[in-house]
Design a protein around this ligand. Structure first.
Ligand SMILES: C[S@@+](CC[C@H](N)C(=O)[O-])C[C@H]1O[C@@H](n2cnc3c(N)ncnc32)[C@H](O)[C@@H]1O
Length: 169
């Protein structure tokens, strides 16, 4: 498989062995790219791994982004996405956040998933983009940020992490 691994919207968190991409220039940024601009500058099927850590909620068209991740992914490429837990409703209090994602949002892209088949298939929605969801869980990663803020509600520590693999054939 290809060796291209992308850390999209890396900010200050650079990953070794990855192309660290952000719209803002900065130390350690390998590629400056606005992730609202399509197509992304990687060939179809050329990428083996993608990380998007707390970025998707910042973007204008998240569904379009998932379609583009699928396009640039090789068969079996692993995509790991972390987002705020939707029940925190961060779109109400973080001006940069544009979308909330319930776990089902990701399940619509897994063609095997009953959510995709029953809820979406019934309405004739059948995207060609197909991902196998490997894991989809609520984590306590926000603890690293909110631990020292006793006045904020404990629910702020929760994030959602989805790991999925592109299915191309
Ligand atoms: C909450 S930070 C997360 C940074 C890093 N992934 C981390 O977890 O530490 C969101 C990042 O997304 C980047 N970002 C926001 N909109 C973007 C866009 N349209 N294109 C590329 N990067 C974007 C921001 O510059 C910022 O670095």
């Amino acid at each position: 498989m290809s060796e291209i691994r992308l850390n999209l919207g890396c900010g200050k968190t650079k990953l070794k062995g990855f192309v660290n991409v952000d719209c803002e220039k900065g130390a350690g940024i390998d590629k400056v790219w606005d992730l609202n601009t399509f197509p992304y500058p990687w060939e179809e099927g050329s990428v083996s791994e993608i990380v998007m850590d707390n970025v998707l909620e910042h973007l204008d068209k998240p569904k379009r982004v998932i379609e583009e991740l699928w396009r640039i992914s090789a068969d079996g490429a692993r995509i790991r996405i972390m987002i705020p837990w939707h029940k925190k409703m961060t779109t109400l209090w973080v001006p940069e956040h544009k979308t909330e994602f319930a776990p089902e949002w990701f399940r619509t892209f897994d063609h095997r998933d009953e959510w995709h088949v029953s809820a979406y298939g019934r309405h004739g929605y059948s995207p060609k983009e197909n991902f196998r969801i490997v894991s989809l869980r609520r984590t306590r990663r926000g603890e690293r940020i909110f631990r020292k803020m006793p006045m904020v509600t404990r629910m702020l520590i929760y994030e959602i992490e989805v790991v999925m693999e592109a299915v191309k054939d």
